[in-house]
Design a protein around this ligand. Structure first.
Ligand SMILES: *Cc1c(COP(=O)(O)O)cnc(C)c1O
Length: 401
């Protein structure tokens, strides 16, 4: 097979249509660039939904993976292996926490956090059996499992997948009064994205995260921060919660933790919270495998340099300075974001988000719309300022500004 059309036709014929990819077939990638099967190059402004924060095929991550491939890749948790302790120790330290429970995908980590909060609620807080409730936010995105879509408010993600898991209360995002009213004696956790990624890079009002921290502390409920997309450098800090000086009880991590090489996720918390698990109560065959730990360890080492957070902060300022003047000119209704992460609401006069993404594709820039009218900009943090400017110039072209 050689042509783009042939690859797409074969994929359409033999895969479930649970995605509608843009019509480009990638063959290779490096840094912030991808090359398709025809040899055409594209600037990647999506970065695998922030799984590729350190760029495509980051040299240090590939070296770490290669070295581990030559030693051992999988043991299962039936046995110890010699990268596990180091990974858990380093990740807990990066998070300022005590214990780590490694999984693979983000969804699994969220599921793990839900189980953790419930068990903590019964064993530590003393909630009567079967009564535990978790408060979540409207327009959340926490993954695709049946339990996780049970508390989604997106009809597309949820419809026809019931019966749904009970035990969740949904409140408007950014509304402390609503949260205050929702948290009761049976509430074991408040589960939130510190910035809502899939909702369109929605930054909560100032003081919200600090308010969530105060309220959960006062009511003896866990603050579970889903930093799967917002964490690990994207917003200019290691965690988005840092922007309000907030430390949650539980971090849920994924995406960039695997460096775009392998799926690596984790729940990171205190001994009081993650200490509730006993052998046999939870697990995953691939969770915390040697290859995942080797790559994860190198991701942590990259984050410890501070270079990626600094790049996200500096290039993020540059990005938001470039985008701000577009608002109100007829093409762009709103821009939100923090660090190297922006959600751009495109005015319907310029077509829907998909149409904008297709016009950008034609000019060599890869983005993905979220919902109908929002374009997300989230390049690999290794992107150069020149490449970012080039991508932004293409964006202005397709928006006609
Ligand atoms: C992507 C994402 C998830 C789900 O991660 P998967 O690896 O796709 O299962 C959960 N929460 C947030 C905030 C995400 O962005």
């Amino acid at each position: 097979m050689t042509s783009t059309e042939a690859f797409i036709a074969a994929a359409e014929a033999h895969s479930a249509h649970n995605y509608q990819p843009l019509p480009v077939v990638v063959a290779t990638a490096e840094g912030a660039w991808m090359t398709d099967v025809t040899g055409r190059r594209y600037l990647d402004l999506l970065a695998g939904y922030s799984a590729l924060n350190f760029g495509h095929r980051n040299r240090r991550l590939l070296d770490a993976a290669r070295a581990q491939l030559e030693r051992v890749t999988l043991t299962s948790r039936a046995f110890h292996h010699d990268r596990f302790a180091d990974f858990c120790t380093q990740l807990a330290d990066l998070c300022g926490m005590e214990l780590v429970l490694p999984m693979n995908t983000g969804t699994e980590a969220v599921e793990t956090a839900v189980k953790t909060a419930r068990k903590w609620g019964y064993k530590v807080k003393g909630v009567p059996d079967g009564r535990a409730r978790i408060v979540v936010a409207e327009n959340n995105f926490h993954g695709r499992s049946t339990t996780v879509v049970s508390f989604s408010t997106d009809p597309e993600a949820r419809a026809d997948f019931g019966p749904y898991t009970p035990g969740f209360t949904v409140v408007p995002y950014g509304d402390l009064a609503a949260l205050d009213a929702a948290v009761d004696a049976d509430t074991v956790a408040v589960l939130l994205e510190p910035i809502q990624g899939e909702a369109g890079v929605v930054v909560p009002p100032p003081g919200y995260l600090a308010g969530v921290r105060e309220l959960t502390q006062a009511r003896n409920a866990l603050f579970v921060a889903d930093e799967i997309q917002s964490g690990l450098g994207r917003t200019g800090t290691t965690f988005a919660c840092e922007h309000e000086g907030v430390v949650p009880d539980v971090y849920v991590l994924g995406k960039a933790l695997g460096g775009g090489v392998v799926p690596v996720s984790a729940v990171v918390s205190s001994r009081e919270v993650l200490g509730v698990f006993r052998p046999g109560e939870h697990g995953s065959t691939f969770g915390g495998n040697p290859l995942a730990c080797a790559v994860g360890l190198e991701v942590i080492a990259l984050l410890r340099t501070g270079e990626y957070q600094r790049r996200a902060a500096e290039l993020g300022d540059h990005l938001h300075r470039a985008l701000a003047p577009l608002v109100g000119g007829g093409a762009v209704d709103a821009v939100r974001g923090r660090g190297l992460w922006a959600g751009i609401d495109v005015n319907p006069s310029r077509g829907d988000g998909r149409a904008v993404a297709e016009r950008l594709l034609a000019r060599g820039v890869l983005v993905k719309e979220t919902h109908d009218a929002t374009i997300r900009i989230a390049p690999p943090l290794v992107i150069s300022e020149e490449d970012l400017d080039w991508g932004l110039a293409r964006l202005r072209e397709v928006l006609g500004v």
